[in-house]
Design a protein around this ligand. Structure first.
Ligand code: MG
Length: 254
């Protein structure tokens, strides 16, 4: 009888945990919290402001220079200079719109290590599989060096990059962005999350439950208006990626 009671309590507790985890949608600041004084997309300030805004995560984009340095920038070119064709030496003094120097991944990890915010690291697709594999190897090595494996979560539009991540850092959170593969199929490749445009989730609402049943996380981008935010919260996504983190926080904390 006692064992039965214990089991019942355990079952109830687990149910509460499961419901609790799924009910709470968390907020990720897209390219950091950049729509605020002194900030800029993918700047160290944007990362710090995201932590100050007390969101779950701060997203940023990385890519390799021609000599294998990982820098933080969204577009493949900065001030007309193509990052993948240029050695770091020629990029290091470039300033971004808030006056900061173009950050490297190393700068970002050092700053992020001190902050209470998850680092949502997007690896941009590169020109060839070889360069993508080199990018993943360099990035995972650096994340391990700074002992940030639990604090860094990976996302990419490149299926190859996600597959390489699954091989090199299988316990990490890895989500695919491109919206064209079902959760089940990704899971069979060792990829444990989807991060799809909200229109994809509107078209395939069943993928949210499919992902959750496979113990995968569901993230969605880039959700900036209240109506979509509320609809996706009601659909029980785990994360909302947004350029309006304060607005999203209000809706998720209701
Ligand atoms: Mg991004």
């Amino acid at each position: 009888m006692k064992t039965f009671k214990h089991s019942l309590i355990l079952i109830l507790l687990s149910l509460c945990c499961i419901t609790g985890v799924q009910a709470q949608t968390k907020v990720i600041a897209h390219r950091g919290f950049w729509k605020t004084e002194g900030s800029a997309q993918n700047s160290i300030t944007a990362l710090q402001k995201a932590a100050e805004a007390d969101v779950y995560g701060s997203e940023f984009d990385v890519q390799l220079t021609s000599d294998g340095v990982v820098v933080v920038n969204h577009d493949d070119a900065i001030h007309g200079i193509v990052i993948g064709n240029t050695p770091y030496e020629k990029l290091k003094n470039i300033t971004i719109s808030n006056g900061e120097k173009l950050p490297t991944l190393e700068d970002y990890l050092k700053a992020g290590k001190k902050l209470d915010v998850q680092l949502i690291l997007e690896i941009k697709p590169h020109k060839t599989k070889e360069i993508e594999d080199q990018a993943v190897e360099t990035i995972v090595r650096m994340v391990k060096k700074y002992k940030l494996t639990k604090k860094v979560e990976y996302i990419s539009f490149s299926l190859n990059i996600c597959e390489q991540l699954a091989k090199l850092t299988p316990k990490s959170e890895i989500a695919y962005l491109n919206g064209d593969i079902s959760p089940k199929e990704l899971k069979s490749k060792g990829i444990n999350g989807i991060d799809y445009h909200f229109n994809v989730l509107y078209k395939h609402p069943e993928w949210i439950e499919e992902a959750h049943n496979a113990k995968m996380k569901v993230n969605t981008w880039t959700v900036d208006n209240d109506k979509d935010m509320q609809r996706l919260i009601d659909m029980k996504v785990d994360y909302l990626t947004t350029d309006e983190p304060l607005k999203a926080k209000k809706l998720t904390n209701k």
